[in-house]
Design a protein around this ligand. Sequence first.
Ligand code: AMP
Ligand code: MG
Length: 492
Amino acid sequence: MTIHFPFDNTYARLPDRFYARIEPEAVTAPRLIRLNRDLALHLGLDPDHLSSPEGVELLSGNRVPDAAEPIAMAYAGHQFGQFVPQLGDGRAILLGEVVDQNGIRRDIQLKGSGPTPFSRRGDGRAALGPVLREYLLSEAMAALGLPTTRALAAVLTGETVVRETPLPGAVLTRVASSHIRVGTFQFFAARQDTEGLRLLADYVIGRHYPQAAGSDHPYRAFLDQVIAAQADLIARWLHIGFIHGVMNTDNMSIAGETIDYGPCAFMEAYDPATVFSSIDRQGRYAYGNQPRIGLWNLTRLAEALLPLLSEDQENAVAEANEALEAFSGQFEAVYYAGLRRKLGLLTEREEDPTLAGDLLKVMADNQADFTLTFRRLSDAAAGSEADEAVRNLFINPLAYDAWATRWRQRLSLEPQDGVKRQAAMRAVNPAFIPRNHRVEAMIQAAVEQGNFAPFEELLMVLSRPYDDQPAFAHYSEPPEPHQRVYRTFCGT
Ligand code: AMP
Ligand code: MG
């Protein structure tokens, strides 16, 4: 019996220079670590079949499902500011697309499935640690309610990959509303392939931004919408303390999803300069720099699109600039609206950004845990008897008291009662984020002892981040000083 994937592929209909046709490379002893059953069902796939030995053959790349048209996508990109004209899927293979139960087209991609023509010096493989990290982090993001790629499955290959040390190999099955990146546009722009650029833009408009097609100026409308989607996404990253860590233009999705979970991490003590990635020595991708870098990346997209924006160079540049100028306003609108919700404010007042900014400043001065401060503030919103738990998070609790007095004055102007406010705040201020020390311990247990219980448990806790889960309260706690993780490493 063969497993049916209802593939309906469109990217593979684009011209040959958009990708390389390549089959996954077989592995010796595939073993399922985890299948995301709910996601499988949502994609119209049979979870029982997928977790059967035959399903695992497909999820490891040992067999290619019927109607799959495996391809490695071509793209370019700026990596830490340096342009690389050809990157491409060096260790990922797109099997094909399915239309999910909401009518949205989704890519199904194997990551770590062997070399491709874009592998350069890489082996095309993925180690277990980064696969578990991406599975957990991307599913946590989805549960937090942010746009993100998803994880359908993780399998062990039974093979060893050599990084600094020999490590167990694994394959992740990634699902995305597409894998088209800012760097995909740069690939064609760098080759002055305006026809390719136009085909790609038309494809993306059809797939992700159909409203743009009806506009007087579809390519400008498309650029406007990508800018708005990224402004929205990055503002929402800041609301939950997410640091992507490697916002190269090849890691920025045109559809506005969080993509490429390499050295990403969640901030603990609030500090806008926070950086975890070991390769980000200059802090280019620090927490507070993400909006600026987002705009920098979008500027590279606008540059790539210039030939489509107008035949007249000067006009094209004017269109691009006008589009880019909207970014800051859009970012700030989403960012401050979210901060107001995090503070329990339903109405809008001119002084709100200052009130929010002052809290963040006091948090930074006092190394207050970002997630716990807002979560506990939700309870303090119902009554000042809950203040003690918040003020304990500050080195100098008096600094919180001074701010809280101003906050309560502001709350007194709100129509909502304390109980409703508390519930609304708890719905936007998570109790559980993937704490770095927990993620590292989970990876260590899996890699060193073959113990996947911590992975399963952490995944389960993070699937309900806004619920109190008293039995798992320890997962909400920041690390003890000796447990602190200062560096994360790129997942290759
Ligand atoms: P990343 O930093 O993960 O976004 O990857 C940047 C580029 O390196 C992409 O073109 C990847 O496909 C490629 N790459 C990363 N790891 C490997 C690997 N192990 N083998 C081949 N290519 C890789
Ligand atoms: Mg990447």
